[in-house]
Ligand binder design. Sequence first.
Ligand SMILES: C[S@@+](CC[C@H](N)C(=O)[O-])C[C@H]1O[C@@H](n2cnc3c(N)ncnc32)[C@H](O)[C@@H]1O
Length: 237
Amino acid sequence: MSDPRRRRSVSQTHLDDLLTAQLAAWALDHPGRDVVDLGGGTGGMAMDLAADGYRVRVVDPSPDALAALERRTAERGLADRVSAVQGDATELVDLIGTESADLVVCHKVLEVVEDPAEALAAIASVLRPGGALSLVVAQRHAAVLTQALAGHIAQARRIWNDPRWFDRESVLAAVAAAGLEVRATHGVGTVAGHVTESVLEAASGGQAELLELETEVAADPAFQAVAPHLHLFAVKR
Ligand SMILES: C[S@@+](CC[C@H](N)C(=O)[O-])C[C@H]1O[C@@H](n2cnc3c(N)ncnc32)[C@H](O)[C@@H]1O
């Protein structure tokens, strides 16, 4: 699942690999499947999925992001497999229809919506039985550390005391409350998110070695708790 022209970070490559593996594991890796990318923005993930044969609807409130998406899909000859739908999470069921998607991708969006529980309930509604959710959320512990290490101590404290930030336990609980069954969780950017470009360039075999390490630690619960993002794959029975 990749566009060779797109330069990917180690974290993004790892996320692509995780999604590819989960789709294969749950027999959802067939061309023609219906995908909804909620908050898909300019469509990086949508275009990769479309290139693999999926039909993808990108739902996003930003007209600018959707215009960029349409330009990019036309350039890559994928316009017949990707459609742009303007709207937000609260409108998802009306826009997409119940039980009409085999996969919902919701990456780095749940933390910006007004009501995450409502968004997850809408995602569960639009999934067909046997369909799956690929969720990526930003996590509180890593955000606190990142801000503090950059000298933004007050911001670190604000994040720590803000109940809207997710951690591994709260996101697992939120997905379960929506009636979806969690099949796998992995840290994203667990190590790679902390390694700067210059350090990586100086290290021999850096990029490949770092991807191996990132992959090895991703399933470890202790590392997951401090990862900048958590990837969660859940299915609707
Ligand atoms: C951080 S970007 C993530 C984009 C993309 N999913 C990715 O992984 O690169 C957040 C996206 O969520 C969209 N968004 C913001 N509020 C939203 C809402 N209430 N419902 C759906 N999408 C929303 C934004 O327009 C933006 O495209």
